[in-house]
Write a protein that binds this ligand. Structure first.
Ligand code: MN
Length: 289
C-alpha cells in the first residue's frame, strides 16, 4: 500500500491515481500516552490490517490535485549516508567545489551523519534556498522509513524493521562546514511523494532512479551500486542509535550532483515508488503557493 500526507495535513491511501482520506483511521490509532517517534508509522500494521478488511470507498481527490507533504511527520532523527556510491566518491574527491580541499573519507571512516528532523518536507512544499550566493545541490537517494523501535539489528534481520520506502532528496549547501550544518536548513530533506510499504516495495537492492533539473538529466543510477547496502546501513545505524518508528535513513546519492537555484524544478523518478516534482524557491517565498 502507498501512504501519504497531503493538503492540510490529512493522511491518505494512494491507489490507482486517487487519494483516499484515512485521517480518522490514523487519529483513532494514535498512541496514548505519547511515545517517541511517528504515531502513524507506529500504527501502520494496524492501519494496513484495517484497510485490508475495509477498503475506503470514495476517493478524496486525484493524485494530480493533491499537495504532498512528507509521509512521516515526527521522526526522531534523519540518518544519512555520505559518499555511498563509488562514482559519487570519485567526483567528490576530484572536484574542489564539492570537497573544499578537505579529504573525502570512505563511508566506513566517515560514519553516518544526522540531519535535523525539522528539515523534513514533502515535494509539495518545495525546497527553499537561504543563501543565494552559495552553491546548493540536489542529491536524490532511496529513503528508508523505520517501522519498529530497534537497536543492534543484524544485517540478516534489518529489513524486518522497515515500514516502507520513499524518494529522498538530501539537499546540500556546499562549503567547509560539517555536513549536518550544511544539510539541515528547513526543507533540505524531502521525502515523498508517498511511502510504499515494505511488502509492496520488495527488495531494495536493485532500484533505479533518475533526477532531472528543468528537464536536463543530472543523476541516474540504481541501488545495486550502493557501497553499504540498505540492510548494512540499518544495522550500522542501529548499533549507534536506537531507531524509532518514522526515523528515516537517506541511503546516499550517486554521481551527478549539481546546483539548483530559485525557480528550478527537480523531477525525481524511482522504480516502485513513482515520480515527484520539487520546486526550488527563495526562503522569502511562501511554501504552498
Ligand atoms: Mn546525501
Amino acid at each position: 500500500m502507498n501512504f501519504c500526507r497531503y493538503n492540510d495535513g490529512r493522511y491518505g491511501l494512494v491507489k490507482n491515481g486517487d487519494v483516499y482520506d484515512i485521517s480518522d483511521l490514523v487519529a483513532d490509532r494514535s498512541p496514548r500516552p505519547a511515545q517517541r517517534g511517528d504515531a502513524f508509522v507506529r500504527a501502520l500494521p494496524a492501519i494496513v490490517a484495517e484497510l485490508t478488511q475495509h477498503p475506503p470507498s470514495a476517493p478524496s481527490c486525484s493524485v494530480e490535485d493533491a499537495v504532498f507533504l512528507s509521509p512521516v511527520l515526527n521522526p526522531t532523527k534523519l540518518v544519512a549516508a555520505p559518499v555511498n556510491y563509488e562514482a559519487h566518491l570519485a567526483e567528490a574527491r576530484s572536484n574542489v567545489e564539492l570537497n573544499f580541499s578537505k579529504a573525502v573519507e570512505r563511508i566506513e571512516k566517515a560514519g553516518l551523519f544526522l540531519k535535523a528532523s525539522s528539515s523534513l518536507v514533502g515535494p509539495g512544499e518545495g525546497v527553499a534556498t537561504r543563501f543565494p550566493e552559495r552553491r546548493c545541490d540536489h542529491e536524490i537517494e532511496l529513503a528508508v522509513v523505520i517501522g519498529t523501535t530497534c537497536s543492534y539489528v543484524s544485517e540478516a534481520d534489518a529489513l524486518d524493521y522497515v515500514a516502507g520506502y520513499a524518494i529522498g532528496l538530501d539537499m546540500s549547501i556546499r562549503g567547509p562546514e560539517d555536513r549536518s550544518f550544511r544539510k539541515s536548513p528547513d526543507t533540505f530533506s524531502v521525502l515523498g511523494p508517498w511511502m510504499v510499504t515494505a511488502d509492496a516495495f520488495g527488495d531494495p537492492s536493485n532500484v533505479s532512479f533518475t533526477l532531472r533539473v528543468n528537464g536536463e538529466l543530472r543523476q541516474q543510477s540504481d541501488t545495486s551500486k550502493l557501497v553499504f547496502s540498505v540492510p548494512k546501513l540499518i544495522s550500522w545505524a542501529s548499533e549507534w542509535y536506537t531507531l524509532h518508528p518514522g526515523d528515516v535513513i537517506y541511503t546516499g546519492t550517486p554521481d551527478g550532483v549539481g546546483p539548483v537555484t530559485d525557480g528550478d524544478v527537480m523531477d525525481c523518478i524511482m522504480d516502485g515508488i513513482g515520480t515527484m516534482a520539487v520546486k526550488v524557491r527563495s526562503f522569502q517565498t511562501a511554501a504552498l503557493a
